[in-house]
Design a protein around this ligand. Structure first.
Ligand code: TXA
Ligand code: MG
Length: 343
């Protein structure tokens, strides 16, 4: 189930496919990425096509270290050095000004900045080394579906559209990296919350702020990807307070309308209600946010497979990792909360 180590021959084979301009999905500690060599324009175009992704939504370039970033980025501020030293390899993506003409413009959707990340997965790092160039890697899902946290999820969405997926087991973190924009001198703006929290960044560099718009669907957020409805399963998702009373009220409401129900909640809550609903997925136990984050996308996918009409999903406090969890859950729910202001 957990992280798998790949054979050297598998990595070599994947590198050959990439060098031939083909698409290969790869594991990371956050979610799986859909890889193509960043300097190959046709291959990068095919990444957008395979995902059904709008072409104005730029890609993250996966590299082995800050030295490799320097090949593509115009200048690397001190703050980027500090963050790279503390959090790479890891779930942090840094946006920097891009050297002109160094990469095909499709990579960045025409922007003069680019996003860089060093994934914390030894096999994927070996793959990038073998290829010798940065590898673009949006999450390896069909655009609009929950990001994939296993090779099976990747194949579910992209089988037939990609040449291979490297199976590295289940992604440890389960939500995409924190995106921080350092392209404007002396400010650090979090464009997407992730496992590296605002507090963690703040403890190392000054002037960290959250992009006000990343939680809002109405205004245009700075990370182009944040404006699209993401992570949406087919069922209607309602965020539900993590208490037996709230789940009971939600279930009764759905039952009265004859809807088939899925629960995405704590083991303890499922134990109370599993006989009253169509499907359940154990999100976590004892309200553990780390485990819940790891299992969120898997749970949304699993409940969708059961064709339920509504999913009641347990909410968490928006502190620490809870900020990233709730950001993704809100996107899945499209703003719907059971109890408070439904409609
Ligand atoms: O954890 C992750 O970041 C995963 C794994 C595979 O590394 N990748 C991932 O990529 O989540 P993707 O493409 O699904 O999300 C990239 C996000 C999008 O919201 C995109 O708009 C934003 O980063 N982004 C990329 N380049 C940008 C830029 N130059 N300026 C602003 N936002 C950018
Ligand atoms: Mg994505």
């Amino acid at each position: 189930m957990e992280t798998k180590k790949l054979a050297k021959t598998e990595i070599k084979k994947a590198a050959e496919l990439l060098k031939n301009g083909e698409l290969v999905a790869f594991p990371t500690e956050t979610v799986y990425g859909l890889g193509a060599i960043a300097t190959n324009e046709t291959a990068v175009k095919n990444v957008y096509l395979a995902k059904g992704r709008p072409s104005d939504n730029p890609l993250i370039i996966h590299v082995t270290d800050l030295e490799m970033v320097a090949r593509y980025a115009k200048n690397i501020p001190k703050n980027a050095e500090i963050l790279a030293e503390h959090f790479w390899a890891g779930p942090l993506t840094i946006i920097l000004p891009l050297k002109e003409g160094i990469l095909p413009s499709v990579v960045t959707g025409g922007l003069n900045t680019a996003a860089f990340r060093v994934p914390n997965n030894q096999d994927t790092l070996a793959l990038i080394k073998e290829v010798g160039e940065g590898i673009v890697g949006p999450s390896a899902n069909t655009s609009g579906k929950p990001s994939p946290t296993s090779a099976a999820h990747v194949l579910h969405d992209l089988n037939g559209k990609i040449s291979a997926v490297l199976d590295g087991g289940v992604s440890e973190i389960g939500v995409e990296s924190t995106v921080v924009d350092l392209s404007i001198p002396d400010v650090a703006t979090i464009l997407r919350p992730g496992a590296i929290t605002e507090e963690m960044l703040n403890s190392l560099i000054p002037h960290v702020k959250m992009d006000e718009h990343f939680l809002s669907e109405k205004e245009k957020p700075k990370a182009p990807g944040m404006k699209y409805t993401h992570y949406s399963p087919n069922a209607k998702v309602y965020i539900t307070e993590a208490t037996p009373e709230s789940f009971l009220a939600a279930i009764n409401w759905a039952k009265a309308q004859g809807m088939s129900i899925g629960l995405l909640a704590d083991k303890e809550i499922l134990a109370l209600f599993q006989n009253q609903v169509t499907a359940t997925f154990e999100l976590t136990t004892l309200h553990n946010i780390k485990l819940a984050t790891k299992r969120l996308f898997e749970g949304l996918r699993a409940l969708d497979e059961q064709n339920v009409e509504v999913i009641f999903a347990e909410s968490f406090e928006e502190i620490g990792l809870g900020v990233a969890f709730m950001n993704r859950l809100k996107k899945a729910a499209g703003g719907e909360e059971f109890g408070g202001g439904r409609g």
